[in-house]
Structures are given as structure tokens and as C-alpha cells.
Design a protein around this ligand. Structure first.
Ligand code: IMP
Length: 201
């Protein structure tokens, strides 16, 4: 069986492959690069689940194959859950390769006067699976933590350098990818989806 992962982020493909094989799902995970004519799907929904479904539906319908998509972001308590679905473009649409840095700088500025006890946040990921016959499944993963005042660590991406998971002391940018995947919002959502997929097959 083949599955298409509806993302241009090359790092997510090996991660999904590993999680599916760990769940006993024998599937060939194909990256979107294998389908050059696949549509770009704008993330226009107000929820992670809505955006993940939007992408998986578009790619299942374009390729005729089961499609998996995810949408994720950081929800900060003090900002009433923002940046949320706007996490990737919080500092504006046109950040280019410096976008992650600009997003993180803006977030730290916004939290300048926020004391430690009010710096709670969570990473959220929704993962959607859409089969060509229209059957759909969605799972969600959450990783709770807090936002530091300064960056620490070189790994990961996005807001990782300032995010410390609950009960820990390292930022997710100080963890190896294996350590992060074991607890991350994306790991939780993908593992749950892999179990759904194993049941559906
Ligand atoms: P997307 O799911 O690829 O659209 O990512 C949305 C945005 O949320 C990313 O650009 C990051 O800013 C943020 N984000 C999502 N997951 C993580 C994570 O694991 N670490 C750091 N930032 C993340």
C-alpha cells in the first residue's frame, strides 16, 4: 500500500515512515515531491484539524491515494491561545528563510512583561488521514510546557529554542529528534493515526 504525506517538509517523511512501521503498518510513504502537479493548499481554516483535513482531502483527491496531512502550532496561554494556526506566519507572511527567527523574536517581545507563572503554552498537532473513498480519521497531540525568556539549543525549528516541556528542564531545541518525537505533539498525533490506520486496513 502507498500513502502520500501532504507536506513539503522533507523532515516529516522519515518520521512518519518510522512511526507507521513501529505501529505495524506496512505502507510505502511517498513525499509530495513525487507529485509535482499537486496543488498548493492554503491553510485557511481557523483550527488545526480543519487545516489538516483540507490538505489531506486535496491530496487524496489529486493523487487517488490515501493521504496524511498535519497542521501544528504553538498556543500561548497569555496570548489567549495565539499564535495558534498563525504560528508559521506570526510575524507576517513574507519572512523568507528568517521567518522562524522573526516569529520567535515577536513572541518574546510580546511576553516581555509576563512573569514565569504565566508563561504556559502548548504545542498542538492535528493529523488527518483521508482515503480516496472518502473515509476520514483525525487525531490530535498536545505537548504542554512553558516559554523561556532566552533561546537555548540548536536542534528542531520554529519555537523550539524557547519551549521547555512540562516536568523537564531542556528546551525541545536541546533534545535529540528521538527524544523530542517520543513526547511531541506530532509524535503523539502520528502514533494515534498509525493505530487508526492499522485498524482500518
Ligand atoms: P506546520 O504544521 O508545518 O504548518 O507548522 C506550523 C508552525 O508551528 C511552524 O512553522 C512552527 O512555527 C510552529 N511549530 C509547529 N510544531 C513545532 C515544533 O515542534 N517546534 C517548534 N515550532 C513548531
Amino acid at each position: 500500500m502507498q500513502i502520500v504525506l501532504a507536506t513539503r517538509n522533507a523532515k516529516k517523511v522519515p518520521e512518519l515512515r518510522e512511526i507507521l512501521s513501529g505501529a505495524g503498518v506496512e505502507a510505502r510513504v511517498r513525499a509530495l515531491d513525487a507529485f509535482p502537479d499537486a496543488p498548493e493548499v492554503p491553510e485557511t481554516e481557523p483550527t488545526f484539524t480543519g487545516n489538516a483535513l483540507l490538505k489531506a482531502r486535496a491530496i487524496a483527491s489529486h493523487t487517488g491515494l490515501p493521504a496524511v496531512a498535519d497542521d501544528s502550532g504553538l498556543s500561548v496561554d497569555e496570548l489567549n491561545g495565539m499564535p495558534g494556526v498563525l504560528s508559521a506566519r506570526w510575524a507576517g507572511r513574507f519572512g523568507g528563510s528568517d521567518r522562524d527567527r522573526a516569529n520567535l523574536d515577536l513572541l518574546l517581545d510580546q511576553l516581555t512583561d509576563t512573569p514565569p507563572e504565566r508563561r504556559g503554552a502548548r504545542f498542538v498537532c492535528a493529523a488527518a488521514l483521508v482515503l480516496p473513498d472518502g473515509v476520514e480519521a483525525v487525531t490530535e497531540g498536545v505537548l504542554r510546557g512553558r516559554i523561556l525568556r532566552e533561546r537555548r539549543g540548536e536542534n528542531g525549528f520554529g519555537y523550539d529554542p524557547v519551549f521547555v516541556p512540562e516536568g523537564g528542564s531542556q528546551t525541545t531545541a536541546e533534545m535529540s529528534s528521538e527524544e523530542k518525537n517520543a513526547i511531541s505533539h506530532r509524535g503523539i498525533a502520528f502514533r494515534a493515526l498509525a493505530r487508526d490506520l492499522a485498524d482500518m486496513l
